[in-house]
Design a binder for this molecule. Sequence first.
Ligand code: FAD
Length: 412
Amino acid sequence: MDFNDSKEEATFREECRAWLNDNAQRKERPDEVFGQGLSAEELMQAAREWQGRKAQAGFGAITWPEKFGGRGGSPIQEVIYRQEEGNFKVPVGAFNVSLGMVIPSFFVHTKSDAAKQHVHDALHGKELWCQLLSEPGAGSDLGMIRTKAERCTDGREGWIINGQKVWTTLAQFADCGLVLTRTDPDVPKFAGMTTFYVDMDAEGVEICPIRQANGEAEFNEVFFNDVFVPDEQRVGDVGAGWKVTLTGLMNERLSIGGVIPPELWRTTMKHMQESEMTDGSSALNDAQMRQQLSNLYLDAQGLWLLQCRGLTALGQGREPGAELSVAKIVGARTLQDFSYFAMDLKGTGGILTAEDLGDSWRLVEQLWMGAAGMRIAGGTDEIVKNNVGERVLGLPPEPRTDKGKTYKELLV
Ligand SMILES: Cc1cc2nc3c(=O)[nH]c(=O)nc-3n(C[C@H](O)[C@H](O)[C@H](O)COP(=O)(O)OP(=O)(O)OC[C@H]3O[C@@H](n4cnc5c(N)ncnc54)[C@H](O)[C@@H]3O)c2cc1C
């Protein structure tokens, strides 16, 4: 395992740092969050502008091939850029799905003439793309999606889509989306699906934001009511929708499991010092509280070492192995435990009074609300554990009741 940058990595880090110093404002405190007080629309606009500037400077899509406007860089360079960007007050995350998963499957599989312009516009933040996979009855098992696309029977060269998607991140701001549909129910479930790209303002597309506990609406329900899509917006062959989807899901591996932000650690320690037990003494003097904090510290350190292993593999041009699956489970759970612990220090009124505690609590609050979602997105804990069991530990596979059956047979 190698904790240090190689010579090339150190040079690249310097390049990133220099550009960021010239183009962005450094955070005054590590726990400073971009966009305090901005509306969701204003945050999105700021994210689009920042993405545009990054793309101009060659940092917009570091791992994409040059022929699609990327830098042709390595995954480790992407990680280095993100580490450096984390020190600056800039909008992060809004383009993760669009540029990290959706557009890479689009440019690999599309034959559309309009693709070049779309890829360019997405890279430069002019277009945001969303991922329309999950449905009310299909999430972990996407093979069971019901949204259907049927060939037009009125002479038009295209398809009519009907159905519903759910949990679609940022659909309310998206310009286009990749939608996975059922085109043939008479073949096994993974063989009868086809992917299309749709304009999110096409007639018949209805987007309903889902209000979350924190007051934000990060996800949406998306309804398709007789939406016409020309055949040139088909991405990949008819029946190859699962292949297109897998390309996007493979790209998710770059998100490198979870890292515990150091500012969370500092905030929790500081708060522990200031919190009083019922006898008036500091929570730091309580052995049980110290033990809880030590356990979280050990989880965070273990996670950091797992991440170093993953990064070392990437840096040496190898595929990271099981460490990233394990890091995904441990990372999301530790972030949740950390924020629950920090919030509990405020007693039963913690979640009600946290917003009065100032900026340094924003991260704790965000994680308290959002960490549960991290245990679901990109594969639930149980699904990731199944994968680790079967592919890493070589345990017997889960019983499969769908083998040799068509999608239609599975519905009954
Ligand atoms: C933050 C976030 C962002 C998201 N963004 C998007 C997006 O942009 N686009 C999109 O399409 N979707 C998105 N999703 C949806 C996400 O992909 C699904 O929620 C996820 O795949 C789980 O599917 P589900 O919610 O239908 O749960 P289900 O699959 O119904 O699972 C329910 C429960 O059963 C368990 N379970 C299911 N199958 C098994 C099994 N074989 N063995 C053991 N346990 C099992 C699960 O672990 C879970 O606990 C997002 C979700 C989150 C939380």
